[in-house]
Write a new protein. Structure first.
Length: 502
């Protein structure tokens, strides 16, 4: 059997990976807390396990994000159209409390709204999340007082989601628990976490990835179905998983995952579709009819053209681009010298959707953060990408400040905002390129270089290939190296002792 037909994990799995020993940026950053772990450190003797540390750091950084929103909380959401943009602290949450009928006790999807939106334009599970937050909000006092309360209640619920995401990333790659710090310390997470309700879907998706890594495909499907009921993008993960299971011949597990996802999605959506069909369709109609909007390369085209593309044209071409890129990812999966890791393909699939979509709201970066950490846990690459996203975060608010400040023109003009979009696109494409390189040249993959096969792959981890194409079907050279010795692929992954050191 050729090396391409088997991607077994090392029979003697190495110990936990310490980022300060393999990552120069992590080692340099650790100087703030005393430097890399020493040879004589007493490991495994502290209450401060990686899960606890990462969860507390995630909560602390999330709290810093709340502080960043303080200028808006006190005044900018309520006084002056552009001040919430100049202070870069905008959030949809307080504005939609009254704008979507929660202040009046209207039931989402069932009760029609007054204004430009006839019904709530969010998927059902997100609507439930918003409604629960409104139940916990005191319906007394001034509207400003209620909107502040509503934002704070939602912030508390979203903080739980952020902690869940960080913990799930720690648990998914058992030998790399400290990679979770990348999620916890992500600047874009702190800045965008309370702009909208995306963290709910991200937390459910992260939990689904954890379940798949634990070889529980039905639980994975249930959680992914719930995530798709909160935001549409998680359903994209079923595509790469299909091709991976095709290459490994794991159809039984895929059917269980698909069945769980369909079941969970139907349980959430069917009651609303049956009794409030017009309200249920609002999200899909709004997504289809929405024109070219912020953050996309389509906006650059539209604002620099005397004949901008129509919404129907953009919908069609964007869909075709996603399909073409999906075919490319499928070909990459079946032809790569070693079967790609699930997290790598999940990241690429969601990134393709973001890059080709007709809108990119700044909080969409949250979709990619946990997938990026699992796909490429390298501090340098992650921070380069995050710097690009922070630049875009500032760019969009300064652009909106410019467009809402009248003749004062305070902020970033249109040309400057286009450059901010380019920076965002370039940062995401850079990370995609690095992940693709890791797939084509597994020696560069820091996860596999440490001796793992696919720690987030569940039943795919260490499985043999049954269907490959191109050069992957031919006998190949040894595909991975650990320092001076080649890795041995031939046995199932073993349990890893917990290591609490960085």
């Amino acid at each position: 059997m050729s090396s391409a037909e088997s991607t077994q994990a090392s029979a003697q799995a190495p110990g936990p990976v310490r980022p300060t020993e393999e990552d120069e940026v992590a080692a340099a950053g650790s100087e703030l807390i005393g430097g890399p772990v020493g040879r004589h450190a007493l490991l495994g003797t502290s209450w401060w396990t990686p899960v606890r540390v990462v969860a507390l750091v995630a909560i602390g950084v999330f709290a810093l994000g709340l502080v960043q929103k303080a200028p808006c909380y006190h005044s900018a959401w309520f006084f002056g159209a552009s001040s919430q943009y100049t202070k870069a602290c905008y959030s949809d949450i307080p504005h939609l409390y009254q704008g979507r009928g929660f202040a009046d006790g209207l039931v989402p999807y069932f009760d029609k709204l007054t204004g430009d939106m006839p019904y709530l334009e969010y998927p059902v599970l997100t609507g439930v999340f918003m409604e629960v937050a409104s139940w916990l909000t005191p319906h007394s006092g001034s509207m400003q007082h209620q909107e502040r309360w509503y934002w704070m209640v939602n912030a508390g619920m979203l903080m739980v989601c952020a902690a869940v995401i960080a913990v799930c990333v720690v648990r998914t790659h058992a030998r790399r628990p400290w990679d979770g710090l990348l999620v916890a310390l992500a600047p874009a997470l702190a800045l965008t976490a309370t702009i909208n309700w995306d963290l709910l879907a991200v937390a459910l998706t992260a939990a689904a990835m954890l379940m798949w890594s634990r070889r529980r495909p039905f639980a994975f499907g249930i959680l992914l179905g719930l995530a798709t009921a909160a935001k549409l993008y998680p359903v994209l993960l079923l595509g790469p998983l299909f091709v991976l299971c095709w290459r490994a011949g794991r159809w039984y597990e895929y059917r269980k995952a698909l069945g769980g996802a369909v079941l969970a999605w139907l349980v959430v959506n069917l009651p609303v579709l049956a009794f409030a069909g017009d309200g249920w369709w609002q999200f899909y109609n709004f997504s289809h009819d929405r024109g070219v909007d912020f953050g996309s390369f389509w906006l650059i085209w539209a604002q620099n053209s005397t004949d901008p593309p129509s919404t129907d044209f953009v919908n069609t071409v964007a869909t075709l681009l996603v399909l073409l890129c999906s075919l490319g990812i499928a070909a990459l999966t079946l032809m790569a010298p070693r079967r790609p890791r699930f997290a790598q393909l999940a990241f690429l699939m969601v990134a393709v959707f973001i890059l080709t979509n007709k809108v990119y709201s700044p909080q969409y970066v949250l979709w990619l953060i946990p997938l990026a950490v699992l796909a490429r846990p390298k501090w340098r690459d992650f921070l380069v990408w995050q710097a690009c996203e922070v630049a875009y975060f500032l760019g969009i608010w300064l652009y909106l400040a410019y467009t809402t400040s009248g003749d004062a023109h305070k902020g970033l003009p249109t040309d400057g905002y286009h450059w901010a979009i380019v920076v965002h696109l370039a940062g995401t494409l850079y990370l995609c390129a690095v992940v693709v390189r890791d797939i084509l040249m597994p020696d560069h993959d820091v996860v596999r270089r440490a001796g793992d096969d696919d720690p987030s792959g569940g039943v795919l981890d260490g499985a043999e290939d049954v269907f490959v194409l191109g050069t992957a079907a031919r006998p190949a050279r040894q595909a991975a190296h650990i320092e001076d010795a080649p890795a041995e692929w031939g046995g199932p992954p073993e349990a890893v002792p917990e290591d609490r050191s960085l």
